[in-house]
Design a protein around this ligand. Sequence first.
Ligand SMILES: Nc1ncnc2c1ncn2[C@@H]1O[C@H](COP(=O)(O)OP(=O)(O)OP(=O)(O)O)[C@@H](O)[C@H]1O
Length: 199
Amino acid sequence: MLTIYAQNLGKKFNNEWIFRNFSFEFQANKPVAITGNNGSGKSTLLQVISGILPASEGKIFYKVNDKVITTENFYKYLAWASPYMELVEELTLTEMIQFHKKLKGLQTAHLVEILRLENARHKYIKNFSSGMKQRLKLGLAFYSPVPVLLLDEPTTNLDQENTLWYRSEMQRLLGEKLIIVASNQPEEYEFCKVKISLQ
Ligand SMILES: Nc1ncnc2c1ncn2[C@@H]1O[C@H](COP(=O)(O)OP(=O)(O)OP(=O)(O)O)[C@@H](O)[C@H]1O
């Protein structure tokens, strides 16, 4: 069982505090939504939680059962989908999936079919539509064999059908993973029992 402990976290950029005194214990089976207006610090908090960005004050640490995981190693436990996470544009879909499989593993041999991208197997990612890219990012994250799933604005660029797909995947993953969603669209995080609003 993996737990993320945030204790009095604060982050500032150029002497401007984005948030301060943020404390929370994140656990599997307790999906959390981080909400707030544009610029309130949702993405920044998600990056500090993941260890990608260092905190300016406070402490973030991770435990699997009673074993502490170092910040440097935490990425191994984590899958992301976010607007600032780039796909490798020079690869085709088939190559991208192979690459991800080697790097992180993949729990399905049928991702192309799940994403309904059969006609794009040999298309370069750079030629994907924004919705196709978003589906791929989500699919890679959902089917990575890791216990933590961090989602930033997950349904950006998704049409209604794909938003329904996102919601059904979330129902499947709820009991399995530690999920944190940064969003200001209620339909993206309605399944989250805990909602933390940044001001
Ligand atoms: N690398 C950086 N350097 C300086 N300021 C930054 C940096 N990254 C973010 N900020 C600032 O931090 C604040 C919070 O940004 P952040 O992207 O976390 O907000 P957000 O709540 O995710 O916004 P949105 O809903 O628009 O995605 C903003 O004022 C932003 O300009």
